[in-house]
Design a protein around this ligand. Structure first.
Ligand SMILES: C[S@@+](CC[C@H](N)C(=O)[O-])C[C@H]1O[C@@H](n2cnc3c(N)ncnc32)[C@H](O)[C@@H]1O
Length: 261
């Protein structure tokens, strides 16, 4: 809005990195569903009120069973839809940034590391890591599925990296997590946030195998997820990760799994 007003007045606004909205169709769909279903419930309530308190009370007690069930179900669904869309919007605009800051702080980067971020989206963790590097490089890979994060692309990451002043420490590749185009033991740190839950169980296994393959011995693997965390933690251990542990981020829903190789 601010940008639009500024544009109409011909005033320039400072550009800042934009890390997009996660699962945009789900976020917007659940928000729209929440609004529409609440509108039906509210319309009923308004209808009752407008026919007078006496009639309202009588209608409430005389409400046909089918209508009562429908209203109750719709109210529950509306609340659920608002919770889902609310979390996605909060996560995309606020929660993810707290998550990034805590994950990056936990990496204790020296500055000379090779860091790989798998499913980097618009570059949130990638650029966060790059900001801690001096001679190292942060490499991001993604298949840029726009249904999973709004306007994600190689260009968007590079633009965000430029705006954050770290373009010289960032590299991006169009690559699938299940087939990482890197030599064994190429990276000191491998991160992946909110990507694995989009894969089926077999593909999650392949992707974690790939992350461990490209990690140097003694390197650190960090996975942040909102789903399947217990299974992923077990999987990392089974595939060769050591000292696999859950490190709390102090945020709702996000789970962090940390391991070494
Ligand atoms: C919800 S976004 C998260 C992006 C970023 N990691 C973050 O935390 O903001 C999920 C990302 O995973 C990417 N992705 C999904 N499947 C992938 C795969 N098989 N290989 C690489 N990236 C994938 C999507 O294109 C999308 O950019």
């Amino acid at each position: 809005m601010l940008r639009l007003i500024a544009k109409l007045h011909g005033i320039g606004v400072e550009e800042t990195p934009d890390y997009g909205l996660d699962v945009p169709k789900l976020a917007k769909g659940t928000a729209v569903f929440g609004v529409l279903s609440s509108a039906v419930v509210i319309a009923h309530v308004v209808g009752f009120i407008s026919t007078g308190m006496f009639l309202t009370l009588r209608s409430l007690t005389d409400l046909p069973l089918g209508e009562l069930i429908m209203l109750t179900a719709l109210s529950v669904l509306a609340i659920l839809a608002f919770l889902v869309s609310g979390f996605i919007f909060w996560s995309s605009k606020r929660g993810k940034f707290h998550m990034r800051d805590r994950v990056i702080a936990g990496l204790n980067l020296r500055g000379d590391e090779q860091v790989l971020d798998v499913g980097c989206g618009n570059g949130l963790l990638l650029i966060g890591a790059a900001q801690k590097l001096t001679t190292g490089t942060a490499v991001g890979v993604d298949i840029w599925n726009e249904n999973l994060e709004s306007h994600n692309s190689q260009d968007a990451v590079l633009q965000n990296a430029r705006l954050a002043g770290v373009a010289n420490h960032v590299e991006v590749h169009n690559a699938d997590a299940r087939e990482l185009p890197f030599e064994d033991a190429s990276f000191d740190v491998v991160t992946s946030s909110l990507m694995l839950h989009h894969l089926n169980q077999a593909d999650q296994e392949t992707a974690v195998q790939q992350m461990l393959r490209v990690l140097k011995s003694g390197g650190k693997l960090v996975i942040v997820e909102v789903a399947f965390a217990a299974r992923l933690q077990k999987l990392v251990g089974e595939l060769g990760g050591t000292a696999v542990q859950r490190v709390p981020l102090g945020l709702p829903v996000y789970k962090q799994i940390v391991a070494t190789k």
